[in-house]
Design a protein around this ligand. Sequence first.
Ligand code: SF4
Length: 231
Amino acid sequence: MSALSDKARRIEGILDALHPDPAIPLDHVDAYTLLVAVALSAQTTDKKVNEVTPALFARASTPQAMRALSVEEIHGFIRQVNFSTAKAKALRRAAEMLCDEHGGVVPRDFDALVALPGVGNKTASVVMGQAFGEQTFPVDTHILRLAHRWGLSKGRTPDDVSADLKRVFAHASWNKLHLQIIYFGRAQCPALRHDLTACPICSWAASKARVTAEARGLAPTRKKRPRPTPA
Ligand code: SF4
């Protein structure tokens, strides 16, 4: 077994101990409501999404019901999330496509999902994984950063990092690990620079150069401007 595989197994053991049964953080009842919630979560916190979806789903929890609403009505429910205007238009158009092209149900097909307005690779992967039980490894900015810090990937794009993570972790663990890394990041990783030696994973998984650089404040703390792109 390679050193990288050893490292991955050790990381998974720590994540299993800390977050043995990670729940999906976005409230939903089926594939469609999960699709909507994940699409709304782009550049928005899960907490905020969970605050707005109860009223939205009370009016429209199916593509048919969402289609019956105007863009303005949808916007009225989701105005507190970022990029709400674009997301309201996308939800309305996606509902139309689901009704017209997929019989009013969410297709169990990655390519069909990413063809929907407002649905990017991450949303499609989450729906395929968490709603349909396919093993996927969606990568958001937090998972991307931790994969770099833990030395599991040097990929520059979420797709590259996802491919690297799929190589080092067992297929059966992908969905679980996706959620565990998100929970680990939220629970353990402060926003500001800090002592990596105190971290249950970076203390041994990060390179010495990285620890030293971080301690000196040399490590990049890039802040990207949010983009209104499909998640
Ligand atoms: S060192 Fe900090 S940022 Fe890195 S994984 Fe540990 S807690 Fe998170």
